[in-house]
Design a protein around this ligand. Structure first.
Ligand SMILES: [Zn+2]
Length: 441
């Protein structure tokens, strides 16, 4: 006679209990399952809550009937799962009670608002918000549509990014505009303003458009103590953002972002090149025009050109730039770059003052004089960099992340959705909170 096999006592062998163990939902009974031809699984459950009380009068409710509600659950053994929850319909037996009847609720399984189960919704939020997967990818894994996943990510995501502990005191605040492309037939371009903790490299928030009202309201909304903690502010060369700081954070020391300062000078150089091109040849740059051939070398950092490249550039310039305007603008752009090589703040101050005086000379082309006026207007914020050495660099990194979000998540219906998606990815939410957060029903 063959011996009965012995299993470790920790091994569950009762088929019903194995079922419950695999399904893993709290206090439910598995009623049955179907595996469809497409390999998706339909799983029927009910809760073990066989009694309920009226929330108004406390009477023991009577069972009125059943209502089967379908949810998208996590996949099982690689197959998408459709969860059919047989919900009890209860009725209050008291004729005078205003409550009447209701359907059972168990937020641990699923809320009433989303088509994903609670656990599938939280999982989707991590996949999309933290791991940067596309909504489409996650929807394919779950066997549901884009909106079902997106709604869940936004609901759990809002709870996470608007949690009051996401950020605290900020000593260096950066303001930066970035482009938010609204999807749709006309693909209208909108700008949003990013508020960034430039020391921690954390995106604090996004507010609509690039005017001053919204950033001001946001900053003031953080309270007086928070505002007092902001010691410095970084910004591009934008008068609007400068007015935000002047109005609501007047004690913060402004730092003009180095990248934007140099880019501004490169833009002026480019304007000069196009003007001279037009004045000398009467048309926009074409392939064999000297100034068109030299345009990339002009915008490169001088030290990235070797001696040959530099000679070649100057040679081509002589052919296309008879009055030397473009060459002058190139030297001016390089002089501003050199300003950032000066380590000592006092020397940097002397250097910028010389540049401002020098570039005001009426012999220079208009673009160089314009560069000089910008240096004069922004003298203090430009020189402040030499003391504080902070830049919007982290903001730029945020923008790159945000662009990725834009690619993966086109079809946003509103700025609010875009804000949540971007903050999940770049706003450093505390992901350890996710299992504990409840979402409004
Ligand atoms: Zn009642």
């Amino acid at each position: 006679m063959p011996q009965a096999r012995k299993f470790p006592s920790s091994l569950e062998t009762d088929p019903t209990k194995v079922n419950e163990l695999l399904v893993g939902l709290p206090d439910v009974t598995v009623l049955g399952a179907v595996r469809h031809a497409d390999d998706s699984v339909e799983l029927h459950i009910q809760t073990n809550a066989s009694v309920d009380g009226c929330r108004s009068c406390g009477s023991v409710a009577t069972l009125k009937g059943w209502r089967v509600v379908t949810f998208v659950d996590l996949p099982t053994f690689g197959s998408p799962v459709s969860l059919r929850w047989h919900k009890r319909r209860w009725r209050c037996p008291e004729a005078t009670c205003p409550v009447g009847s209701w359907t059972e609720v168990d937020e641990r399984i699923a809320g009433s608002r989303l088509r994903l189960t609670d656990r599938a919704g939280r999982w989707a939020t991590v996949e999309v918000g933290k791991n940067g997967r596309t909504v489409n990818e996650v929807a394919t894994v779950l066997g549901c549509d884009w909106h079902t996943v997106n709604d869940a990510v936004l609901a759990f995501g809002a709870a996470l990014v608007d949690h009051p502990g996401r950020f605290g005191a900020v000593s260096a605040l950066g303001l930066d505009e970035h482009l938010f492309v609204k999807a749709g037939e006309r693909r209208i371009q909108h700008f949003v303003t990013a508020l960034v903790d430039v020391e921690r490299g954390q995106l604090l928030d996004l507010v609509p458009d690039r005017r001053s009202e919204e950033p001001k309201r946001w900053i003031e909304g953080q309270g007086a103590e928070w505002c007092r903690g902001v010691r410095s502010g970084t910004l591009d060369l934008s008068a609007t953002y400068r007015s935000v700081f002047d109005d609501v954070l007047p004690d913060a020391r402004l730092v003009a972002d180095k990248f934007h300062v140099v880019r501004h000078m490169t833009t002026k150089l480019d304007e000069c090149r196009r003007r001279v091109q037009n004045e000398t040849l009467g048309h926009r740059g074409k392939k064999n025009d000297p100034l068109f051939r030299v345009r990339r070398r002009l915008s490169m950092a001088a030290e990235r050109l070797d001696a040959d490249g530099r000679d070649k550039m100057l040679g081509i310039l002589r052919a296309g730039d008879p009055r030397g305007d473009v060459q002058a603008a190139w030297w001016a752009k390089e002089a501003v770059r050199e300003l950032y090589e000066v380590a000592d703040p006092v020397l940097a101050g002397q250097f910028i003052d010389e540049l401002i005086t020098d570039m005001a000379d009426r012999d220079w082309p208009i673009e160089v004089r314009s560069m000089g006026r910008t240096l004069a207007r922004w003298r203090e914020p430009i020189i402040a960099w030499h003391d504080l050495r902070i830049s919007n660099g982290p903001t730029e990194a945020m923008n790159n992340l945000a662009k990725r979000i834009k690619r993966v998540g086109f079809g946003f219906r509103s700025f609010a959705n875009y804000r949540i998606r971007t903050l999940l990815y770049a706003g450093k939410p505390d992901w350890s909170l996710l299992p504990t957060l409840s979402i409004p029903g």
